[in-house]
Design a protein around this ligand. Structure first.
Ligand code: F6R
Length: 240
């Protein structure tokens, strides 16, 4: 992986936003892989500041994951988050941006449907990624197969505790999710992994330099020929 150490999350946002804009200039209907959580927010913010420079209306997007059984209208469903943080502010076209279907009724086909939609779009050009403190990518928790595709997973207690900040209490955090698999993520043409803060330093070093292991799903990035890792000093602290 190419590792870029930047001064701040804002600087990372600027850098990655530039890469996104470059991509969209050369390919107006580029396919973006969108992440949620705190990490990608500086990228979306930097893009917001530059709306108008590039026409983003034809951009297509696929979110990494969604909670299962959450009301899509719940403010913390990833559908809502993507709409609020990304689609609205950047002026993307809502029906060009997909989020896995976490509804219980559709769950049997949701993974397969999502894989097909990504395939039909021609695959993801640039995939934004954060990493969990336990090394998860998307919601591929430790133990996930490197070949996995979009499917339902159980969130670990650690991830539910980490995400409790978005809900009234940890009990309100859904127990299951539907997530792109590691195999799905690895098919994107360019992976951009962001990490900020000391809390990510161990998982980040293990992902970039550690042994390739399903115990640290982030290490799957080592199988990909084009990975850019953008981190602040604190997250980079344990890199060799
Ligand atoms: C988000 C996602 C997760 C997060 C990870 C880090 O769509 O799939 O893998 O990237 O949990 O979360 P933050 O960025 O909130 O620290």
């Amino acid at each position: 992986a190419e590792v870029v150490i930047v001064e701040s999350p804002a600087a990372a946002g600027t850098l990655v936003a530039e890469a996104v804009l470059r991509l969209v200039r050369s390919r107006p209907d580029a396919v973006l892989g969108l992440a949620t959580g705190s990490t990608p927010l500086p990228v979306y913010e930097a893009l917001r500041a530059r709306v108008g420079e590039v026409d983003l209306s034809r951009v297509r997007g696929f979110a990494l994951d969604e909670y299962v059984g959450i009301d899509p209208a719940h403010p913390e469903s990833y559908r809502s988050v993507i709409t609020r943080e990304v689609v609205g502010p950047l002026g993307l076209t809502p029906d060009r941006i997909r989020v896995p279907d976490g509804s219980v009724e559709g769950i049997e086909h949701a993974g397969e449907d999502y894989e097909r939609a990504i395939r039909e779009a021609g695959g993801v050009d640039l995939q934004l990624l954060g990493i969990g403190g336990d090394g998860h990518l998307g919601f591929n928790e430790p133990g996930s197969s490197f070949a996995s595709e979009t499917r339902v997973k159980t969130l670990t207690e650690q991830t539910r505790a980490d995400n409790a900040r978005f809900f009234d209490s940890v009990d309100d955090v859904p127990r299951h999710c539907i997530t792109q698999g590691l195999g799905t993520i690895l098919r994107a043409r360019h992976l951009v992994l962001l990490a900020f803060g000391e809390g990510k330093s161990e998982a980040l070093a293990a992902a970039v330099e550690g042994p390739l292991t399903a115990s640290l799903p982030g290490s799957a990035i080592q199988l990909h020929p084009r990975v850019t890792v953008v981190v602040d000093e604190a997250a980079a602290a344990r890199l060799a």
